[in-house]
Design a protein around this ligand. Structure first.
Ligand code: PEP
Ligand code: MN
Length: 264
């Protein structure tokens, strides 16, 4: 990609580094857990704290998130650490609550991007907002659904958009939880070169040992950021335990990554 300067507009406006690093647990579990992770991350390259509070579990019976209660924990983490916050919204009610509690960045999950009806409802609820909105790719390898979600947000005049590549499910067994299918993200990048493109290596990998390589590949492909699931005690996380890393591991990864300098 030649000139990707423009796409950094909202990253710059929000005072966010390039590459943008978003880190934090898959799920907010307790107030103590959220605050502890936030404090461990506050002096790292991570400028945005992530935590899911409404968890879209594929099968029922698993932990489905703490719900709106977690919004207060995110607010407290922001007050105590100065980190920005982000959480997943999956319907207009989530949007309303997240905006009311001043979540800084909203993300739309892979199971939501597959549904144009819900995407449209979310776009309508967000109409005209300045809050950055990050759209994960749909679970299935369908570029059109991803593009459609971006277009619906643009049409609703959502000013600060970005996309997150979190891999694509497949019935075939592979070393990935969700196959990267990099070409799909690259095609999206070519169609919308001004859109910040962020990698979620955690949901692609489903394990810890290939997070670094995925991050390096993304930076080599000129991605603009990383969203990495990070927990102070990954083995005992209430969701996605196998793929979460500690803040200390994240620091090491960031040190080892070769980060491309600005392309002008
Ligand atoms: C998550 O980020 O924890 C999550 C549920 O992700 P995805 O929508 O990519 O499965
Ligand atoms: Mn997760």
């Amino acid at each position: 990609m030649e000139n990707k300067k423009e796409l950094r507009n909202w990253l710059d406006a929000f005072g966010l580094d390039h590459p943008l690093v978003i880190a934090g647990p898959c799920s907010a579990e307790t107030e103590e857990q959220v605050l502890k992770i936030a404090h461990q991350l506050k002096d790292t390259d991570a400028t945005v704290l992530r935590a899911g509070i409404w968890k879209p579990r594929t099968r029922p019976g698993n932990f489905e998130g703490v719900g709106a209660l977690g919004l207060k924990w995110l607010q407290k983490a922001k007050e105590e650490t100065g980190m920005l916050t982000t959480t997943e919204v999956a319907n207009p009610h989530h949007v309303e609550l997240a905006l009311k509690h001043d979540v800084d960045i909203l993300w739309i999950g892979a199971r939501t991007t597959v549904s144009p009806f819900i995407i449209q409802e979310i776009a309508d609820a967000l109409k005209g907002t300045d809050k950055p909105v990050l759209i994960k790719n749909p679970v299935n390898p369908d570029l059109a659904l991803w593009l459609g979600a971006v277009e619906r947000m643009y049409t609703a005049d959502i000013k600060n958009l970005g996309v997150i590549h979190r891999g694509f499910s497949s019935y075939e067994k592979s070393k990935y939880r969700n196959n990267p299918e990099w070409q799909i993200a690259i095609e999206l990048q070519n169609k919308f070169p001004d859109l910040p493109l962020i990698l979620d290596p955690s949901h692609i990998a489903g394990r810890r040992d290939i997070i670094f390589d995925l991050c390096q590949t993304a930076l080599d492909l000129n991605f603009d950021g990383l969203m990495v699931e990070t927990h102070w005690d990954p083995d005992n996380a209430w969701s996605d335990a196998k793929q979460q890393i500690t803040p200390a591991t994240l620091v090491q990864i960031m040190k080892d990554l070769k980060i491309r300098k600005e392309v002008s």
